[in-house]
Design a protein around this ligand. Structure first.
Ligand SMILES: Cc1ncc(COP(=O)(O)O)c(C=O)c1O
Length: 465
């Protein structure tokens, strides 16, 4: 890292072509994008290409990509090792709705690299993986309810969209008795009622809940860190206590490793935190951006398939997905890619720390070196409700200003920075830090200007009065 980050890059952002594309796309796609999470109104980004740790939009703006597609691109965009292998395999045909050796190999690797999974099935998205894991848990236990934690995101099926990420924390209801908050219309109340929201890092809450209705609860599904809320970390012993408690009540533990899997460690968050869940879901990092996912776990639990529980999917295990998983998991197993990613994340964090300490701002990091959040507050958040008490407006202003300075984190404080192997190359870390330092200055100046305007307004008002 350079001693002091270079903030001399003039902020520029060409938008003409993207604005034209926004108009064209909005006519035929709601919000001009294929996901609500990408529909940023006039600021919607239309991508041209990516390579390694860089991405270019339609106007030719170049950014260090710190979103990495919300996490899947672990090695870097257009990784030749993965792409060449996928290209070679796909020439043999992609979809047969029959089973290829690539699929068997992918699952052998999931079992080997995770270190604990005994059986798994491939799906195409993380959403499908969590949906099927929940169904398997229900099928295995014969119970209907699933506990999930406030602020955690498990995809876009009806059972996952409960108490996810409201801007207004009061919508979650009373802290001791949270409501089943559906994200948007269209989710049947009867479905929402089968999902019990709980509070992360609160083992006493969980015990009370299990004592009250444990006999109806099939599973607890948990993102091992609140990956969709800045990567808020478990308190020491939280996962071990939750594991013991679920065993005590005969409730299954599902680790949703869609973000953490094959990233925190080869064996994901299960290895990192030393926990053996009953089931886990994987996606993102296991295919370096190709659409592949999986659910799996203990043989005994998975044995409800194929006879007792439904699972299928025309594209489940398609050749492109399976080949991408094979090559990506081999790279994770055989190379020091993860060590590189973790060291690069540590370099980024060290640089950000010195920039923020120089300003005297109260902050902390959440998450893991490979996927970290920056939180502006005096105290470290331990659950989603704490996010409301952080200065997330400051974070969002910095993130937005970074785009014009050539680095692109998600412009929402709840989404962590994602580090890929290719970020170690060239000057990408220094460029990111330069963009961060410059954007921080921009955000603080804008805030100072706003408060002096407010102050002047108040004084004028007082004088007039
Ligand atoms: C923890 C977690 N689970 C599930 C999902 C859903 O995965 P997908 O977007 O592939 O459906 C996500 C997506 O961000 C996730 O972060």
């Amino acid at each position: 890292m350079a001693a002091s980050p270079d903030t001399s890059v003039e902020p520029t952002l060409r938008r003409d072509r993207q604005l034209a594309m926004f108009e064209r796309a909005s006519a035929i796609m709601p919000g001009g994008a294929n996901s609500n999470f990408r529909a940023w109104g006039d600021d919607t980004v239309y991508v041209d290409r990516g390579k390694g740790g860089l991405v270019w939009d339609l106007d030719g703006n170049e950014y260090v990509d710190l979103r990495m597609g919300y996490g899947p691109v672990l090695l870097g965009h257009g990784d030749d090792r993965v792409d060449d292998y996928v290209n070679e395999r796909m020439r043999r045909g992609v979809s047969f709705s029959l089973t290829s050796e690539d699929e068997v190999r992918a699952i052998e690797l999931i079992c080997e690299v995770s270190g604990w999974v005994e059986q798994a099935r491939l799906t195409v998205s993380g959403t499908e993986a969590t949906m099927h894991a929940m169904r398997v848990a229900r099928g295995y236990t014969g119970r209907e309810k699933i506990v999930k934690f406030e602020g955690q995101y498990h995809g876009v099926h009806d059972y996952a969209l409960i108490s996810v990420a409201p801007d207004d924390i009061s919508e979650l209801g009373d802290a001791e008795n949270p409501v089943h908050l559906a994200w948007g219309r269209g989710i049947p109340q009867a479905v929402a009622q089968t999902i019990i929201p709980a509070r992360y890092n609160n083992i006493a809450f969980l015990r009370r809940l299990f004592e009250r209705e444990g006999g109806d609860i099939a599973a607890v599904i948990v993102e091992p860190v609140l990956g969709n809320a800045q990567g808020i970390l478990p308190q020491p012993g939280f996962h071990a206590a939750m594991r013991a408690l679920t065993e005590e009540f005969g409730i299954l533990l599902i680790f949703d490793e869609v973000k953490t899997g094959f990233r925190f460690a080869r064996g994901g968050a299960a290895e990192y935190f030393g926990i053996r869940p009953d089931l886990a879901t994987f996606a993102k990092a296991m295919g370096n951006g190709y659409p592949v996912a999986a659910f799996g776990g203990r043989r005994e639990v998975m044995s409800v398939l194929p006879d007792a529980v439904s699972h299928g999917g025309t594209y489940a295990g398609n050749r492109v997905a399976a080949a991408a998983a094979v090559k990506t998991l081999e790279i994770i197993r055989d190379t020091d890619a993860l060590a590189t990613i973790h060291a690069t994340g540590d370099r980024l964090k060290a640089g950000i720390r010195s920039i923020l300490e120089a300003k005297g701002l109260a902050f902390s990091f959440t998450g893991h070196a490979s996927m970290f959040g920056i939180v502006f507050s005096e105290t470290v958040p331990t659950e989603y409700r704490d996010w409301a008490n952080t200065d997330h407006e400051l974070y969002d202003a910095i993130a937005v200003a970074m785009h014009a300075r050539g680095a692109m984190p998600e412009p929402d404080s709840r989404e962590p920075w994602f580090v890929c192997e290719a970020h170690a190359q060239g000057d990408l870390v220094d460029r990111s830090l330069g963009a961060f330092a410059g954007a921080l200055d921009d955000a603080l100046e804008a805030r100072a200007r706003r408060s002096s305007t407010v102050l002047k307004g108040a004084m004028a008002h007082q004088a007039a009065g």
